[in-house]
Design a protein around this ligand. Structure first.
Ligand code: IPE
Ligand code: IPE
Ligand code: MG
Length: 243
């Protein structure tokens, strides 16, 4: 199969993992690892959209990451408030809409302000969506959706009998198409509460590479691997069977 014939997944999700271990191996601080990871995401996301991916979701900070030291959490918040501004300027030129998924509380006001500005500044961009998950937890996302549904039923905005999978998807933080390819860098084989609803039929890919070193070539390998998967969605792909 030639390279340009490869199928490109519509929605790619990445768990940006391994910044700390990458830094440790290089005798750097964890913060330096995050800094390199964040810079890598800036150029890698360009490449991913150029390849034809329409939706890119990234796990930047989980609800559970608040358990980390104050120094590490503060550094990450600082990185987000500086970095998202930079991302927004770059992606605005490429017609990419930036959206954020996650709970607002207890994110610092400064970070929320930047997130709101970036959302506003890119809201009319139509080519691609960059979904940045900050203070995100998949179980909380489902819980928050259920609460909104219950409330809307109570207020007669929707009827219980009309509720179906599409409508429930609409109640998630973002109304996005399902994930096709889910990548977790650093060799861990778990979801750590990421996009539980959206990953229902995603193909999973677990490279050993730490995120700061996960470059364009590594992403290309993920696409090649994705093309070797046989997605059946519970049915049977009769083209591949001797019937
Ligand atoms: C991922 O890298 C970034 C965040 C969770 C914010 P880690 O910080 O988890 O790096 P490791 O897993 O400790 O190497
Ligand atoms: C998941 O990575 C969260 C992000 C990458 C933002 P973690 O490093 O927090 O996950 P665990 O603790 O190894 O499961
Ligand atoms: Mg980790």
């Amino acid at each position: 199969m030639t390279k340009d014939k490869l199928k490109i997944p519509n929605h790619v999700a990445i768990i940006l993992d391994g910044n700390g271990r990458w830094a440790q191996e290089k005798n750097m601080t964890r913060s330096e690892g995050h800094w390199h990871g964040f810079n890598n995401l800036e150029t890698l996301s360009d490449y991913i959209f150029e390849k034809g991916v329409k939706i890119l979701s990234v796990y930047a900070f989980s609800t559970e990451n608040f358990k980390r030291s104050k120094t590490e959490v503060n550094y990450l918040m600082h990185l987000f408030s500086e970095g998202f501004k930079r991302y927004s300027k770059r992606l605005a030129k490429k017609n990419v809409k930036i959206v954020f998924s996650g709970r607002r509380d207890p994110l610092p006001k400064k970070v929320l302000k930047i997130m709101d500005k970036v959302t506003e500044d890119t809201k009319n961009n139509t080519d691609c969506i960059f979904n940045i998950c900050v203070n995100y937890g998949g179980q909380y996302e489902i819980l928050d959706a259920v609460k909104k549904v219950v409330n809307d039923i109570k207020e007669d905005k929707i009827k219980e009998e009309d509720l179906d999978l599409d409508m429930l998807n609409h109640y998630m933080y973002q109304d996005l198409a399902p994930v096709d390819l889910m990548i977790r860098t650093s060799g861990e084989h778990r979801l750590s509460n990421f996009l539980l609803w959206q990953n229902a039929y995603a193909e999973f890919y677990f490279p050993k590479t730490y995120f700061p070193a996960f470059d364009e070539k590594e992403f290309d390998k993920a696409i090649v691997e994705y093309n070797q998967r046989n997605r059946r969605f519970g049915g049977i792909n009769y083209e591949n069977e001797n019937s």
